[in-house]
Design a protein around this ligand. Structure first.
Ligand code: HEM
Length: 226
């Protein structure tokens, strides 16, 4: 039975890694090569309350996408138990890279939030996410400085789930807009709030069901190295 549970967990990581690599490739391809001017996305901003400097917005959005991909990549690598066991220094350096990437994503989000599709209701949501996401990431760092590995991992799971925000927003708004026939702005707003809710719920599910019995690798190894 225990063996079965272990083998089940063994394929979760490669599966998530594969999905993420495909998603990162898709996001980079679409936003930097296929539609670098974001024509499809911008065509839906029909009721902007303030003028937008398009060249600056596009530059910021491209930095946002680059930093988001870096956050996704560095984050997923640090969930590898194999890497954690064999390359502790890599885990640490890569972890700080993740923090920097998250910081750049929230900084660029702060610039784009006032012009968000759907208006103020979504600007507020994005700005709250920025604060909460960064705070959760810092909480993970604080916990590892205190050598509390379990809490470090929990906060990292919570933080990392926010890397899926854009994916969930587009998934939910696509279903509501194309499937249920709702107006685009309403679908997008429900996508934003639905994504935030999903991030929190999925993080708690991962903590409870995926990491419930995972051995505390770092405790078994040399704790001082962390
Ligand atoms: C880490 C994964 C993320 C990726 C891959 C990503 C990607 C993108 C992309 C491609 C856009 C351009 C519009 C679109 O096609 O959606 C965008 C817009 C935006 N993103 Fe992100 N994003 C991520 C996370 C976040 C997070 C966590 C926040 C909030 C803190 C955020 C805030 C924003 C804002 C405010 C916009 C402008 C939305 C609008 O104009 O309506 N993003 N993002």
């Amino acid at each position: 039975m225990a063996k079965q549970a272990t083998s089940k967990k063994n394929y979760i990581y490669p599966l998530v890694l594969t999905v993420l690599i495909l998603y990162m490739a898709y996001v980079t391809l679409m936003n930097l090569f296929v539609d670098p001017q974001a024509t499809v996305f911008l065509s839906r901003k029909i009721d902007l309350k303030r003028p937008m400097n398009l060249p600056i917005w596009l530059d910021v959005m491209h930095i946002h996408v680059g930093a988001a991909c870096l956050a996704m990549l560095t984050g997923i690598l640090n969930f590898s138990q194999t890497l954690l066991r064999s390359a502790r220094k890599f885990h640490r350096v890569n972890g700080y890279l993740y923090v920097i990437a998250v910081f750049v994503v929230v900084l660029t989000s702060g610039y784009m939030a006032p012009y968000t599709t759907g208006g103020k209701i979504n600007s507020v949501a994005f700005n709250l996410v920025s604060m909460v996401w960064f705070a959760m990431t810092i909480a993970a760092i604080v916990q590892i400085k205190r050598k509390n590995i379990i809490k470090h991992r929990k906060w990292m799971v919570r933080s990392y789930l926010f890397c899926f925000t854009n994916l969930f927003i587009h998934l939910i708004s696509f279903i509501l807009y194309e499937g249920a026939g709702l107006k685009y702005e309403l679908s997008y707003t429900m996508g934003v709030y639905g994504a935030i809710l999903l991030n929190f719920i999925l993080a708690e599910l991962v903590i409870r069901f995926v990491y419930r019995k995972t051995p505390n690798v770092a405790v078994q190894a040399n704790r001082k190295e962390l």
